[in-house]
Design a protein around this ligand. Structure first.
Ligand code: XIL
Length: 380
């Protein structure tokens, strides 16, 4: 370990100690997992450096604060199954072992998605699209192999990710074009077959928006009516400071709860930077040109914005807590601001502040605010 890493790791330990002392004085819980222990598990998406023990500072935060983990990238098709017949399980195995070692609720992300899936999946040797039966077989083999390997160990899988367009219609992905609409039902059936105990989630962004929410509600209703084992809906939660409003978040959770599924907040982060587009989206293919106006806090976040972020986080956790009978997990998409994908999406190279720990691993005002909401929930 370099001197610098050792110093920052030391600072993180010191910060953790200070939080403990301050919280003990105020009789507040010191960790997210403790603060919400009567409500839901609190998770973080973790990256390969954290899984393999190369980010000691990150690991210290994960172990102290969270009781659930999601794999940010290592279980996506392009990483776990990069070539036909070639699976790469080394890091995923370490991911699952990490979660078990710390008695965490372990999430698998994700089985069927249009992004981070290699082109060969949909093509034959000549480069043409394969037929429906061939693609169904490939999907089946993939799910059987990956879910089967971690049967009873990964408790919850994001089975289908982002199948909907903004207007609520089904996205014309290669899955949809080649197999047809029932690719979704098939994916859930295959996952259930591979691990009948696992929770199975439909995961998407912007489900707060009216049209997309309607499409998702109709989709889940159809799946449930056909006896497809979908147990939960994941609201990704890549949100902004301004919206969606807490009322909208509240209504969205209620709407899905009425269908008899659990709700998870699967990828929470809150962007404080100027929006790079008009729509509220988390479409990974979106790319916006760099522009200094879109990166106003490159040298630090003003205290006023820090406070706004804390309030926004507190308000949202208030809604999640209110729905603790249906919300079973809230997962942040990353550990510290330095890790967040938001630094590079939709604009490359911005300095973003969307999480609860800052770039040096220190808890932000938003962390304290979230803890306080959890402490109040506990004593209600
Ligand atoms: C993101 C990762 O955080 C990035 O590291 C990667 O480059 C792209 O994908 N919706 C999802 C997640 O379901 O898998 C995405 O994760 C963010 C949007």
């Amino acid at each position: 370990m370099s001197t610098k890493t050792r110093t920052t790791a030391g600072l993180a330990v010191l910060a953790a100690l200070l939080i403990t002392l301050a919280a003990a004085a105020a009789q507040e819980p010191t960790s997210l997992k403790e603060a919400y222990k009567n409500a839901f598990v609190v998770g973080a998406a973790i990256n390969a450096l954290q899984i393999t023990g190369q980010d000691r500072r990150g690991d210290a935060i994960i172990e102290a604060q969270f009781n659930s983990i999601s794999p940010e990238n290592v279980l996506k098709w392009e990483n776990v199954h990069p070539a036909p017949g070639t699976y790469s399980f080394e890091v995923p195995d370490q991911y699952v072992a990490y979660g078990e070692k710390h008695h965490m609720f372990i999430v698998g992300h994700c089985l069927v998605w249009h992004s981070q899936v290699p082109a060969w999946v949909f093509r034959d040797e000549k480069g043409s699209f394969v037929d429906r039966e061939t693609l169904l077989k490939r999907m089946h083999d993939h799910i059987q192999t990956v879910v089967g390997r971690y049967k009873g160990r990964i408790q919850s899988w994001d089975v289908v990710n982002e199948a909907l367009n903004e207007d609520g219609t089904l996205r014309q992905s290669s899955w949809m074009k080649i197999i047809g609409e029932d690719y979704i039902a098939k994916a859930f059936q295959y996952a259930h077959e591979a691990d009948p105990q696992a929770q199975l989630t439909y995961n998407d962004y912007s489900l707060e928006n009216e049209a997309k929410r309607k499409g998702a509600l109709a989709l889940i209703t159809r799946l449930k009516a056909a006896g497809i084992p979908v147990t939960s809906v994941g609201l990704q939660g890549h949100l902004g400071l301004q919206g969606p409003s807490v009322e909208t978040e509240d209504d969205t959770i209620s709407d899905f709860a009425k269908l008899g599924v659990k709700v998870v907040i699967s990828e929470l982060d809150i962007d404080v930077l100027p929006p790079a587009t008009q729509q509220q989206t988390a479409d990974v293919s979106l790319k916006v040109e760099q522009d200094a106006k879109l990166n106003p806090y490159a040298n630090g976040l003003p205290q006023s914005v820090q406070q706004e972020l804390a309030k926004r986080y507190a308000d949202l956790f208030g809604v999640f807590s209110k729905h603790r009978d249906v919300v079973t997990r809230v997962t942040l998409w990353g550990v510290t601001d330095a890790d967040s994908w938001r630094n590079n999406w939709p604009v490359k190279g911005r300095t973003s502040y969307p999480l609860l720990f800052d770039r040096s691993g220190q808890p932000k005002l938003a962390f304290q605010a979230v803890i306080r909401v959890g402490a109040n929930t506990k004593t209600e």
